[in-house]
Design a protein around this ligand. Structure first.
Ligand SMILES: [Zn+2]
Length: 739
């Protein structure tokens, strides 16, 4: 034995170490293994191994402590102590893991743990006894296995495809056929969707997909509800839609508390998961952080960004920035002045018919580093969140200013004997021969990935105007990379990386819509939001294509809300004072365009509908002109469409007049979906089943069944309120939601 170690640890204690090291992983490790074995064997084995290492470390600590305190470790008392710890651990573990606590699961967990503890205790005792008989060389072998091979194994496999759903996706790609559920529901949410926009478009013969759903189904007005202070807060409303409960009951009541950890009620996906249904949810406001579900969850806003902006001299994080050679005084968008001069000291340059000019694009942001917390979170989402919360509370994360200075060249690429500079080349540095972007006036770059310390960010830019003495560029905010996100926003956690490899970048929320205030941004705001909406649509399409055995699919289009806020003034100029006629002409069609784009996407998604699918299109609230505020504003008159399996057919008779439409409440959606799927409705839900939309015959087949509640009374939630962080607040400010 090493003489230094010998001084601190007695050899008889060290012998006990092996037993302790094997005992500790027993409870938690085996519990995890039992729970995950069927889904992912690699995950189960990995979990046991990491607990073995933790156990050895703990054993070493206990042995050292015992020696310092001059007490002798009594193995049997230690076993009793560990038994006691493991006896209560499932309650703790499940309390942390499942914030929608379920008594059956807890009792099952208790039995599994108890069995595991007895089994592993026995194994530990026998194992410890035999190890003591071994020769030194055998002990050395075990030491090498644990100290060298195990960490190497982890380093090689992490952050590999650890999670069960990714494995499922891969298996499906290999051609495994899964049977589809008998009944399934497809939900398309149009945030802020209103008949006032949709009906006129339908009358013009547009929106063919919504039209066909309406012609073959039922539609009406979906009344929204007021959240705290008379507001209509989207995350709270979508949570009401998918719990069937009022904000006071489900817990998300305001912007600051718009965090899924504040939800006390089970959501539709939790309930359907309990019935064995797989759920896919994309971009539902109020679902960050993502929950452990059966299926895939991609969280919706508000989601923290990586850029820290509070109390910083560099503002405009959630807007992006304008780089210009002119003096610009903008209200919202921050401006950086840049210069132009003849190009010098370039290693190699693109060809130009007139002498090249150069400029610099200095990108600086304060980045919050939380990468390690994310890695920890990959083992257990809820533990990761807990860890993040503690780091936030104690402010244990690095904030670092990151610089990236892009040299740029201005070239004349047309051979017409005039000096019309028309092309901008953007490089990482002056020695590079290949640019990261080549742009003509009005063009957007692709997404540019930018390595920042221990992580990655992404942004794109648009060349607004260019000549040899004038240059104007807009850069989007710096978003966290979806290839290597610091803050997990999907479940399974590594799904965001998987998704990015397959479909490209995924940005969770675009720049703040209040940037419409500055005229220079009117075009690019729409294009930027549309680009991000396209990423979300591609993500959903990927999910539908690769995971066919879902029971519930939800995609929320939030771009409709952002664009209606920003462009309503030009859509209905008559309601506002002083609307520039030219601007109204240029931007009056933006709202119609985005609704048409949403209709086209729904059309694409509908190719995954079958005869067992019921399709629901709905909004969380409506929209109207708000002359005093100069932008569009929420109202309580939203819209719904039900179509497909079990829904009464309108046989093409459309009444495009909102005055004569049937009405329903956003609280009716969850009870109605449960009824459609053949499951009982919770009597503690605030809404009702919309029986009038169903076929009479189907009504007799399935009378509405009730269950007291899907909630468990066990471990009644009395948790501390989660509040969103500074970066998220900045995002909400830029969206105009909080002051
Ligand atoms: Zn809104």
């Amino acid at each position: 034995m090493n003489p230094i170690l010998k001084k601190y640890i007695r050899s008889e204690d060290l012998k006990q170490l092996v037993s302790i090291g094997m005992l500790f992983p027993g409870g938690i490790g085996l519990l995890w293994a039992v729970l995950y074995w069927r889904n992912d064997i690699q995950f189960a084995i990995g979990t046991i191994l990491i607990h073995v290492i933790c156990g050895a470390a703990l054993g070493l600590c206990i042995a050292g402590l015992a020696n310092t305190l001059k007490i002798t470790i009594n193995l049997s008392s230690l076993v009793c102590f560990l038994l006691a710890v493991f006896w209560v651990s499932p309650i703790l573990l499940f309390g942390i893991e499942n914030h929608y606590m379920n008594i059956e699961v807890s009792i099952k967990g208790l039995f599994i743990t108890a069995t595991a503890v007895f089994g592993v205790s026995l194994f530990g005792l026998i194992g410890g006894y035999f190890l003591e008989q071994f020769k030194r060389i055998t002990k050395l072998f075990f030491a090498i296995v644990f100290i060298v091979i195990v960490p190497v194994y982890f380093a090689l496999t992490f952050p590999g495809e650890f999670n069960s759903n990714i494995t499922i996706v891969n298996r499906l790609n290999e051609g495994e056929v899964k049977t589809q559920p008998q009944k399934r529901i497809m939900v398309f949410g149009i945030d802020g969707g209103t008949w006032d926009v949709i009906f006129p478009l339908l009358k013009q013969g547009k929106l063919p997909n919504l039209k066909s759903l309406m012609e073959n189904g039922q539609y009406g007005i979906l009344n929204s509800i007021e959240t705290s202070g008379g507001h209509t807060i989207s995350p709270a409303l979508w949570t009401s839609i998918f719990t069937g409960k009022s904000p006071e009951k489900h817990g998300l009541v305001d912007w600051i508390g718009s965090d899924s950890r504040n939800r006390f009620s089970k959501a539709l996906w939790n309930i359907l998961n309990d019935y064995g249904q797989k759920t896919l949810t994309v971009n539902i406001p109020g679902t960050f952080p993502p929950e452990k579900i059966t299926g895939v969850q991609i969280s919706g806003f508000p989601i923290p960004g990586i850029v820290k902006s509070s109390k910083s001299s560099i503002s405009g994080i959630a807007f992006g920035r304008l780089y210009t050679t002119e003096s610009r005084d903008l209200q919202v968008l921050p401006v950086t002045k840049i210069g132009i001069r003849p190009a010098e000291k370039w290693f190699s340059t693109p060809s130009s018919y007139y002498p090249l000019y150069e400029s610099l694009l200095p990108l600086t942001e304060n980045i919050e580093m939380r990468y390690d917390a994310f890695r920890f979170g990959a083992y257990s989402l809820q533990l990761g969140n807990l860890f993040l919360k503690l780091l936030d509370r104690w402010e244990i994360f690095e904030t670092e200013q990151q610089y990236a200075i892009f040299p740029m060249l201005i070239a004349d690429t047309t051979n017409d004997s005039t000096d019309n500079y028309d092309t901008l080349y953007i490089f990482l540095n002056k020695n590079d021969s290949s640019p990261v972007a080549v742009l003509k006036e009005g063009q957007w770059s692709d997404w540019i990935r930018l390595g920042i310390k221990r992580a990655e960010a992404q942004f794109k830019l648009r060349l607004l105007s260019l000549s040899k003495d004038h240059l104007e560029i807009y850069t989007t905010p710096l978003f966290q990379s979806s290839f290597f996100p610091q803050i997990p926003y999907t479940y399974p956690i590594n799904f965001s990386s998987e998704l990015s490899k397959k479909i490209g970048q995924y940005v969770v929320e675009g720049a703040g819509w209040t940037m419409f205030v500055d005229e220079v941004t009117l075009d690019l705001l729409y294009e930027h939001l549309e680009d991000i909406a396209t990423q979300h649509i591609r993500a959903s399409e990927y999910l539908l294509r690769t995971i066919p055995d879902w029971g519930l699919f939800i995609h929320i289009f939030t771009e409709s809300d952002r664009i209606q806020h920003a462009y309503w003034k030009y859509f209905q100029p008559a309601y506002y004072q002083f609307v520039d006629e030219n601007l109204a002409k240029l931007h009056g069609d933006k709202i119609n365009s985005i609704i048409e784009k949403i209709d086209a996407s729904i059309g694409e998604f509908l190719t995954y509908m079958d005869e067992n699918t019921t399709v629901i299109v709905l909004s969380d609230h409506g929209f109207q002109a708000e002359p005093r505020s100069n932008y569009g504003h929420h109202n309580l008159k939203g819209m719904y469409i039900f179509s497909g399996k079990n829904v009464k057919n309108s046989h093409g008779l459309l009444h495009l007049d909102s005055a004569s439409l049937p009405e329903a409440s956003i609280l009716d959606i969850t009870p109605t979906i449960l009824y459609l799927m053949g499951y009982p409705v919770g009597t503690d839900m605030d809404g009702e089943v919309l029986l009038n939309i169903f076929d009479e015959e189907k009504l007799e087949c399935y009378p509405v069944a009730f269950i007291d509640s899907y909630e468990s009374n066990f471990l009644k939630k009395k948790r501390a309120k989660q509040t969103i962080d500074e970066a998220t607040k900045d995002q909400l400010k830029s969206l105009g939601y909080i002051q």
